[in-house]
Design a protein around this ligand. Structure first.
Ligand SMILES: Nc1ncnc2c1ncn2[C@@H]1O[C@H](COP(=O)(O)OP(=O)(O)OP(=O)(O)O)[C@@H](O)[C@H]1O
Length: 252
């Protein structure tokens, strides 16, 4: 579905080769400035590579118009600028069909609990509440494609600001969407959540790939040490890796 060939963005990404097949669940990992957001913007068709290619369903992403992409590809940015001080449901409805407590899909409400927030002005939401509204906006925009298992969700740090329960309910929703055939690529700083939920990962450092592939293949002590400059203890618990960094001397 998505294929990057020698993708290069000056000063930000170098020689990225990656194949994301439809129905897979990828996490993009790496330290601050590693290139995660840049890679997601390229994959979402929002940033052109200087050289190399990004193919989406066998077309170069630059061949798509934004309205065409917006029908099946959702993009959730790491940072948001509030449009106007309007109620959350009006904001979300700009991007798709009108959303209200009647049209809100049960699966979205179960994961993000936004029904009680929809009538509130955006400026009166807490940071985590606003994140839940923004995630609802991204998914609602492509909900018809998601319902057919044809959605591509490109989510930059979707768990940022969410409390632990909403992190888990949101990831459970993502897992279900992937089971239904949708494709998800998201960035995360929580290695344990990635180890539990992702099928695949790509680990970046200084804009280059350290490792890509199955999550177990990527999250090894050697790869994580190279990417983060820390020593990790890794064990297996209930078929998921548990990844614990050792305290560096300065944090003891
Ligand atoms: N618009 C831009 N123009 C030029 N350089 C940029 C731009 N945005 C980011 N960069 C640089 O590109 C590199 C990769 O940034 P990117 O935002 O992709 O990192 P990241 O892995 O998402 O980091 P973080 O974990 O902090 O969000 C960084 O060195 C950054 O300074």
């Amino acid at each position: 579905m998505l294929e990057l060939q020698h993708a290069h963005v000056a000063g930000r990404l170098e020689d990225i080769n990656l194949v994301v097949t439809g129905g897979q669940h990828w996490h993009v990992l790496g330290e601050n400035g590693a290139g995660k957001s840049t890679l997601l913007q390229v994959m979402a068709g929002l940033l052109e590579t200087g050289s190399g290619n990004c193919w989406l369903n066998e077309h170069n992403t630059s061949d798509y118009t934004l309205p065409h992409l917006a029908r099946f590809r959702a993009y959730h940015a790491q940072q948001h600028v509030l449009p106007f001080d309007i109620p959350a449901q009006q904001f979300i409805s700009f991007y798709g069909q009108p959303l209200n407590t009647t049209t809100l899909p049960g699966a979205l409400e179960q994961a993000l609990e936004v029904a009680a927030l929809l009538s509130k002005p955006l400026t009166r939401l807490s940071g985590g509440e606003l994140q839940r509204i923004n995630l609802t906006r991204a998914l609602w925009q492509v909900w018809p494609a998601i319902a057919e298992g044809q959605g591509l969700l490109v989510l930059d740090e979707p768990l940022q600001g969410l409390d632990i329960r909403h992190q888990l309910t949101f990831m459970a929703l993502i897992r279900q969407l992937v089971v239904n055939g949708n494709t998800v690529v998201l960035s995360s700083h929580d290695l344990n959540i990635s180890a539990r939920f992702a099928s695949h990962a790509v680990l970046l450092k200084h804009g280059r790939i350290v490792e890509r592939g199955n999550i177990e293949q990527v999250c090894t002590k050697a790869n994580l040490a190279q990417a983060f400059g820390l020593v990790f203890d890794i064990s297996n618990n209930q078929n998921a890796l548990q990844i614990q960094p050792q305290w560096p001397p300065e944090a003891r």
